[in-house]
Ligand binder design. Structure first.
Ligand code: DGL
Length: 242
């Protein structure tokens, strides 16, 4: 099967990697929209337009299964996109991440995400719908994505963000970029990233074909993009003018 995957930049590569490692016998096309990155503080109109442009490209390439590997898009315009593209299978990352969290049985969770994801309250609402006794803390960690994209250490910024939260037993990484820095979190808590869960979701659709391929594109600076792309996927991406 052909699968399109996209994000604002390198973050969604963590999702592509999970899916590709498990199901290599499919054709994957990835787009990192670095030209418009970061998405984390963009308006709904902007997010809708960026996502639409990428989905339209996938449709032109006859791709009918698309993973939106971006919490910011999923938490703000997912239902609008589902309405617009009702003959395409759109798979988001929020529900699968909430499911992974619920399975941990933890009760005091910190949601770490971009400003727009936090402002949408999507994680808190979905968790409370399932169990209103879970204590949910939310933190917009807006500084992280640009640092990650630029390959700069996040150690100090991360410590500054996390230090005030003494009484938590878990952290949801509500941004696909954060999986890249997961190991730098110096806290004795369970960490749920937003890449692992989506593999279960996509497996319902995948029908391993004999063709196996991965095409990776960025709308931005390809040299910068490839530093992390090589690390995550052991493969270079190319520039695409969208
Ligand atoms: N990786 C995206 C997310 O999951 C977007 C981050 C950004 O561009 O701000 O939210």
């Amino acid at each position: 099967m052909r699968v399109g995957i996209f994000d604002s930049g390198v973050g969604g590569l963590t999702v592509l990697k999970e899916i590709y490692d498990k199901y290599p016998d499919n054709e994957y096309v990835y787009i990192g929209d670095n030209k418009n990155s970061p998405y984390g503080e963009k308006t709904k109109e902007e997010l809708y337009s960026y996502a639409s442009r990428i989905i339209d490209y996938f449709i032109k390439r006859d791709i009918k299964h698309i993973v939106i590997a971006c919490n910011t898009i999923c938490s703000n315009v997912f239902s609008l996109l589902k309405e617009k593209y009702n003959d395409i299978v759109l798979i988001g990352v929020v529900d699968s991440t909430v499911s992974s969290f619920i399975k941990t049985n933890k009760k005091k969770v910190l949601i770490l995400a971009t400003t727009k994801t936090i402002e949408s309250n999507i994680y808190e609402n979905k968790i409370k719908e399932i169990d209103k006794n879970i204590k949910v803390y939310s933190l917009a960690a807006q500084k992280l994505v640009p640092l990650i994209e630029n390959g700069v250490s996040v150690k100090n910024v991360l410590a500054e963000y996390l230090n005030p939260y003494k009484d938590i037993d878990s952290i949801i990484l509500g941004c696909t970029h954060y999986k890249i820095i997961e190991k730098e979190i110096d806290k004795d808590v369970v960490i749920i990233n937003s890449s692992d869960g989506v593999v279960v979701e996509i497996s319902r659709y995948l029908d391993n074909c004999n063709k196996s391929s991965v095409e990776i594109y960025t709308t931005g600076d390809v040299l910068q993009f490839n530093k992390l792309c090589m690390k995550i996927m052991s493969k270079e991406g190319r520039f695409i003018d969208l």
